[in-house]
Design a protein around this ligand. Structure first.
Ligand SMILES: O=C(O)CCC(=O)C(=O)O
Ligand SMILES: [Fe+2]
Length: 374
């Protein structure tokens, strides 16, 4: 949790700049601001969002996370997400692979389904630990989910227009009346014990302990609130990871696989990962908060070529450009017709990351989304 005593993000490490988008101007349909959003979305697929108005609810969610993580492990394990491919509930440290060889993660999550938050006290998917049910769900999680959904809905509407899709083409695929994988997540990585801190800091680069392994997000739009550093992106066409600097009052937004697929690859779902915070920040616990908007479970993931000439052209250009047949088939598989619904895509990715389901590198491969695009 942030406290004023946290050391600042260091100035002497490689960071990747992000475009700053003003949410208030997107709401006002300011063309120049939508141009900035479009530039960010079609290049790195990440941007800062200011003036989003969700700060207070975000702070409440960090309190929800702290109250949950303070429970004894045995109690938290009663709400563990399990190995069947559901994301909702508690995720224990070490339960997920971070790479093909099965290196375990170092992060805990609490994931609250947007459907459960909206319908509370009616249970749609599952129940949550007592502090959430009794104290936070109605007062904190519900307004956080409502406001975050509103922000992401406005951004989706801007993309719908720019992609030349008919009115409602993306909105109906994210209709809150249908159950979906949309969820709020609070993550927690415990700081190393003080004796470990120096040895961890001395690790050669490239041998980072991964809190979350390299991945693309599974849904449409992620709305992230970072206090400490640790998030890194791998910019297109490079093999170097760069930190994203947290800026107070600025959320970090990124696109997920579903939007890359719907848009025929015009919009980018970029690879990212979470490593220990940099410099002196490394000695502190790291908390982060994300709201993920994902399509309704029954929505088929495919390029919307029949609804937008722009998307149809992007797909045919990509097919023409592909030098080898093998690459062309990746494009076909990933951006035209995945053969999976959003619900199936999500479940497959979650399930095959779980250490308990791991048979070998093939399980990791089966957990992948659009990452193999370079
Ligand atoms: O904690 C962060 O900064 C990013 C988290 C993330 O990438 C995720 O939960 O998918
Ligand atoms: Fe992510």
């Amino acid at each position: 949790m942030e406290s004023p005593s946290h050391p600042p993000f260091p100035d002497d490490i490689p960071t990747h700049p992000l475009v700053v988008v003003d949410y208030a101007r997107i709401v006002a349909e300011d063309v120049a601001e939508v141009d900035k959003l479009w530039e960010a979305a079609t290049n790195l697929g990440f941007w800062y969002l200011k003036n989003h108005g969700v700060e207070e609810e975000a702070n409440g969610m960090f309190d929800l996370g702290a109250a949950t993580m303070a429970l004894p492990l045995e109690e938290k394990m009663r709400y563990e997400q399990g190995d069947d491919g559901s994301s909702f509930g508690y995720k224990a440290r070490g339960s997920v692979a971070t790479d093909a060889s099965g290196t375990q993660d170092t992060i805990e999550f609490i994931n609250i389904s947007a459907d459960d938050a909206r319908s509370f006290p009616k249970v749609i998917h599952r129940s949550y630990p007592p502090p959430i049910q009794e104290n936070f769900m109605e007062r904190i999680a519900q307004p956080f989910v409502r406001k975050s959904t509103e922000v992401n809905t406005v951004l989706l509407a801007a993309f719908e227009k720019r992609l030349g899709l008919p009115d409602g083409a993306l909105a109906e695929r994210h209709d809150v009346c249908e159950n979906s994988g949309s969820e709020a997540r609070v993550t927690y990585v415990k700081a190393p014990a003080s004796t470990d801190a120096t040895s961890v800091m001395a690790q050669p680069s490239g041998k980072e302990t991964l809190a979350i392994g390299a991945h693309t997000d599974f849904g449409s739009l992620s709305f992230l609130h970072n206090r400490l550093g640790g998030l890194q992106v791998l910019p297109p066409g490079t093999d170097q990871w760069f930190y994203v600097r947290p800026i107070p009052g600025h959320a970090i937004c990124n696109l997920g696989d579903a939007m890359a697929i719907f848009s025929g690859g015009i919009l980018r779902s970029n690879i990212h990962r979470v490593v220990p915070p940099p410099g002196e920040q490394r000695k502190f616990d790291r908390w982060s908060l994300v709201f993920f908007t994902r399509p309704g479970d029954s929505v088929v993931l495919r390029a919307l070529t029949d609804e937008s000439p722009l998307i149809a052209k992007a797909v045919s250009d990509a097919q023409k450009d592909e030098a080898s047949a093998a690459q062309a088939s990746n494009v076909v598989k990933q951006f035209i017709e995945t053969g999976e619904t959003a619900g199936e895509w999500f479940k497959r990715r979650i399930k095959n990351q779980r250490i308990n389901n791991r048979k070998g590198p093939e399980t990791w491969a089966a957990s992948r989304g659009t990452e193999i695009r370079v």
